[in-house]
Design a protein around this ligand. Structure first.
Ligand SMILES: NC(=O)c1ccc[n+]([C@@H]2O[C@H](COP(=O)([O-])OP(=O)(O)OC[C@H]3O[C@@H](n4cnc5c(N)ncnc54)[C@H](O)[C@@H]3O)[C@@H](O)[C@H]2O)c1
Length: 255
């Protein structure tokens, strides 16, 4: 794969899980990285680990707040001088539940992170990229953005919306040098998944994991690094003719 030496990448939700693995993958290719999320302690821990491998900075950001996102992009430009590759990985944690039991406020919380959060990020990332003449954006959707997910209807709706945002903006900006794509991971080992199964005891957890793995043709969950590699490819010149695509990385589940 091409070196990304000298490139600058900004990753929201970049302090844990898929976002953090993506930051590591960018750094391994020589890029400078800004990781952003709300939790300062997690951010500082992530950045001190990333700095053992290359150049990295953390900036606190709440993607639901346009001013916070504007400040994040301004920080990136100020710190590293440009923004070449943006990855929008932040997403809301919503408890699985029957749709009729979900409170309106919870539905709004989900939408404001998963849909408006991606809009906020793209708005300011695109503004910066237009000024410098181009860049790439990868939005993290899900296989739940391509088909329905019982007990996770708002999450699924949000991830469908991420694909809609990706396709529309991809067509809108490719002639202006900004290449936008999405990645659709299947079940991936990250802190999000650990939180979702925290209520299970050891035996129930093992049974749950075995059942999940058996349903996936490859026979296991993805590692965050495997999703990061797909994101890195979509961000790199190797995928230069790939525009508005939603790349499924799910061990064969949707096949
Ligand atoms: N893990 C999976 O099985 C899986 C499967 C499909 C898609 N995804 C998607 O991958 C992405 C990353 O998920 P993950 O599994 O690495 O989860 P994660 O919980 O490890 O990472 C999500 C990150 O987003 C941050 N975040 C949440 N709300 C935010 C906000 N308002 N502003 C800024 N940051 C915020 C969190 O602090 C966290 O760092 C998400 O978009 C998720 O929907 C995950």
């Amino acid at each position: 794969m091409h070196s990304l030496q000298g490139s600058v990448a900004l990753i929201t939700g970049g302090t844990t899980g898929i976002g953090l693995a993506t930051a590591q993958a960018f750094i391994a290719r020589g890029a400078k990285v800004v990781v952003a999320a709300r939790n300062r302690e997690q951010g500082e821990a992530a950045v001190s680990m990333l700095r053992t491998q290359g150049e990295a900075a953390y900036h606190p950001c709440d993607v639901t707040d346009p001013l916070s996102v504007a400040a994040l992009v301004a920080f990136t430009l100020d710190r590293f001088g440009k923004l070449d590759c943006a990855v929008n990985s932040a997403a809301c944690d919503v408890q699985a539940m029957d749709t009729h039991e979900m409170a309106f406020d919870e539905a709004c919380r989900s939408t404001s992170t998963d849909v408006l959060g991606v809009f906020n990020c793209m708005k300011y990332q695109i503004e910066a990229m237009l000024r410098q003449g181009g860049g790439t954006i990868v939005n993290v959707s899900s296989i739940n953005g391509l088909s329905g997910a019982p007990t996770a209807a708002m999450y699924s709706a949000g991830k469908h919306a991420v694909i809609g945002l990706t396709r529309s903006t991809a067509k809108e900006y490719i002639s202006r040098g900004i290449r936008i794509n999405a990645v659709c991971p299947g079940a991936t080992e990250t802190p999000r998944r650990t939180r979702r199964t925290a209520h299970l005891d050891a035996t129930a957890l093992l049974a749950h994991q075995e059942q999940l793995a058996q349903a996936i043709p490859i026979g296991r969950l993805a590692q965050a690094e495997e999703i990061a590699n797909a994101i890195l490819w979509l961000s790199s010149p190797e995928s230069s003719y790939v525009v508005g695509h939603s790349l499924v990385v799910d061990g064969g589940l949707q096949a």
